[in-house]
Every structure is written in structure tokens, then in C-alpha cells.
Design a protein around this ligand. Structure first.
Ligand code: UDP
Length: 332
């Protein structure tokens, strides 16, 4: 049933963006996806592309003319376009900063001028090295030097949040901010750094699984199929406006344990190999030892209670990498 609502998704050809596009189309929205295809992939939009209410525009959020064109007449914008992945940020720090600072500035400015509501997708990286038991949205940020490229991503995303929030404070600009914690699922590419698809690919290929450092660092992986519906709900929740909301996974897992569970789940005898951070990234690289979300606010606002197990996430990623068809439920 068409909603008559027009949604723009920047970064719509990316891993999360493409799942969001499909969900919005299924809900009845007209959807325009903007993507410069730097890390996004037209193939991610194969299903969406045949939908009559879908349009794809190739372009950058750094191009205000293109942005104006896609956002004019729209009701809301989901801003996901960004330079992402530790390898991208380390290899191209300047371009990443431009995209992640000026790109967001452009989207916020135009959304305000053209009267759109906005969902700004940010990241748990903003908390940096804070190892609290459960990171609430007002937790302190513990960042390394801005001269270390790893921290430039968190620095830029922090500015993005502040900029959007300042618009909210100054003008009542309707924006909600979401901080994602290690979202995984089909279509995520390992080559930009993300650990789960990297280790699953290695396990399927029978190669050693590269665990960095001592492998005792922990993360709480969240599944794209749990996260995407929450993004949509938050974009239309008045109580979320002007706030930042965590969307993370429920289970804390060490990377070493993750590797072992991947091997078991896909039936691989790939060994684990420990790789020094210096070799994996660059000298002076700093990792986060622990990152655990408090998802209470998202639960209260939109009933977010992630249920997908790590084994299910691994299986869905493995099916996708192996080119096995996914059921509609499996895809999300
Ligand atoms: N990691 C790893 N092997 C890899 C890629 C990443 O052990 O091949 C580690 C990485 O050092 C970090 C964790 O996995 O401790 C999560 O990395 P990712 O880049 O996926 O996310 P983030 O560091 O942003 O949480």
C-alpha cells in the first residue's frame, strides 16, 4: 500500500543502505537512493531496481547540486553515506574527513532548508576507548589523538552529531541520531576491514582466520535485520528527535571466540592466526578493547530487542558469500 511518502537514502547502495531501501519500498514509500559507489555496489540494489517506486542516483553527498535534486520534494532523509571501514579511514584519511564532515554538513543544511526530517546514522566509534559495562548514550568519549587516523572517523562523526543537534537546538530541526554497534549481515564486504565477513570468507576458503592483537578484545555484533526496522521506527518517532540512540547487539563476544564459532558454524578447519596490530593496520594503531551498548533507550522508544544469534548472523553471511540464495527472511 503506497504511503505517499518520499524517502531519500544516502549511501543507499551500501550494505545497510540497500537493506533499508528494500524495507522502505516494502513499507510503501517512494525511495531515492544516492550513492557514489565508492564502497557501495549497484549489485546490492538488484532487487530494488525493478521496483516502480525506486530511483537510483549516482552522486556524492559532497555535491550540493545533486543533493538538492534528490532531496527536493522528499519527506525524509536517512543519511548513511560515509567513508567507512578501518582500512578506508586509514588509507584515505583526508578524503574520509571531507566526506564524513562536509557531506553530513550538506545533508543537514539542505534537509533543514527543504523541510525534510532526518535520521543521521552515526557510530559507536564515538565512544572510543570507553570500556564501560554498558555504554549509555551520554557516556564519555575516550578518544586517542586526532593525528592518529583511526580516531579521525570518531572525531568526524562526533562533529556530525554536534552539527545536527545544534540545528535541532537552534531551529527545532527534526533530526534523530542513531549510533550503530558493529552491524553485520549479507552484503557486508570484508575488504574494507569488517571482521565478521573477513573471518567467514577465510573460514569458507580454508584459509587461516586473521585475529588481530591477542583476540581478547570484545564487540557486540548486531544483525542488519534487527537494525533496519528500528532505523525506520526511529525516523518516525517524535520522542527520538534531538536525541542519540544506540542500536547494538545483545551478546558480548571476543574476536577469538568469534573466530572459533565461525569455524564451528560453517564446518571449517581453518586455524586461527594472531596478527600484530602493526602488521594488520599501521604503526601506532590503537584498538578498542571492549564496546558494549546499553540498548535500553531504543527498547523504550521503538521496542528494539535484538534477538538474532551470532550463529545465525554467521550462517546468513556465509550463505551470502557462498552465493547461496537467501529466503526473504534470511536476507533481512
Ligand atoms: N579484526 C580482526 N581481524 C580482522 C579484522 C578485524 O581481528 O581480519 C578485529 C579488529 O582489530 C577489532 C575487531 O576485529 O578488534 C572489530 O573490527 P572491525 O573493523 O570489524 O570493527 P571495529 O574495530 O570498528 O569495531
Amino acid at each position: 500500500m503506497p504511503t505517499g511518502r518520499r524517502s531519500v537514502v544516502t549511501g543507499g547502495a551500501g550494505f545497510i543502505g540497500s537493506h533499508l531501501v528494500e524495507a522502505l519500498l516494502a513499507n510503501g514509500d517512494t525511495v531515492v537512493a544516492l550513492d557514489d559507489l565508492s564502497t557501495g555496489d549497484r549489485g546490492n540494489l538488484a532487487a530494488a531496481s525493478s521496483h516502480p517506486a525506486f530511483e537510483f542516483v549516482e552522486g556524492s553527498v559532497l555535491d550540493r547540486d545533486v543533493l538538492r535534486q534528490v532531496m527536493s520534494g522528499a519527506d525524509r532523509v536517512f543519511h548513511l553515506a560515509a567513508a567507512v571501514g578501518v582500512h578506508v579511514i586509514i588509507d584515505e584519511p583526508l578524503q574520509s574527513l571531507r566526506t564524513n564532515i562536509h557531506g553530513t554538513e550538506n545533508v543537514v543544511d539542505l534537509a533543514h532548508e527543504l523541510g525534510l526530517t532526518m535520521l543521521l546514522v552515526s557510530t559507536s566509534e564515538v565512544y572510543g576507548k570507553n570500556t564501560a559495562d554498558r555504554l549509555g548514550e551520554d557516556a564519555d568519549r575516550v578518544l586517542g589523538s586526532p593525528l592518529l587516523s583511526r580516531w579521525t572517523y570518531a572525531a568526524a562523526k562526533g562533529i556530525d552529531e554536534a552539527y545536527a543537534h545544534a540545528y535541532w537546538s537552534a531551529y527545532g530541526f527534526p533530526v534523530a541520531i542513531v549510533r550503530l554497534f558493529n552491524t553485520v549481515g549479507p552484503r557486508q564486504k570484508g575488504r574494507y576491514g569488517m571482521v565478521l565477513p573477513r573471518l567467514v570468507r577465510q573460514a569458507l576458503a580454508g584459509e587461516p582466520m586473521t585475529v588481530y592483537g591477542d583476540g581478547r578484545q570484545t564487540r557486540c555484533f548486531s544483525y542488519v535485520g534487527d537494525v533496519v526496522p528500528a532505523l525506520i521506527e526511529l525516523s518516525q518517532s517524535p520522542a527520538a528527535l534531538g536525541r542519540a540512540v544506540n542500536l547494538g547487539g545483545a551478546e558480548e563476544v571476543s574476536i577469538l571466540d568469534l573466530a572459533l564459532r565461525i569455524a564451528t558454524t560453517v564446518g571449517s578447519d581453518s586455524p586461527v592466526t594472531l596478527v600484530d596490530y602493526t602488521e594488520a593496520y599501521a604503526p601506532g594503531y590503537e584498538d578498542m578493547r571492549r564496546r558494549v551498548p546499553d540498548n535500553t533507550l531504543a527498547g523504550d522508544l521503538v521496542g528494539y530487542h535484538p534477538t538474532t544469534s551470532i550463529e545465525t548472523m554467521i550462517m546468513r553471511v556465509a550463505d551470502d558469500l557462498a552465493g547461496r540464495p537467501l529466503t526473504p527472511a534470511g536476507r533481512l
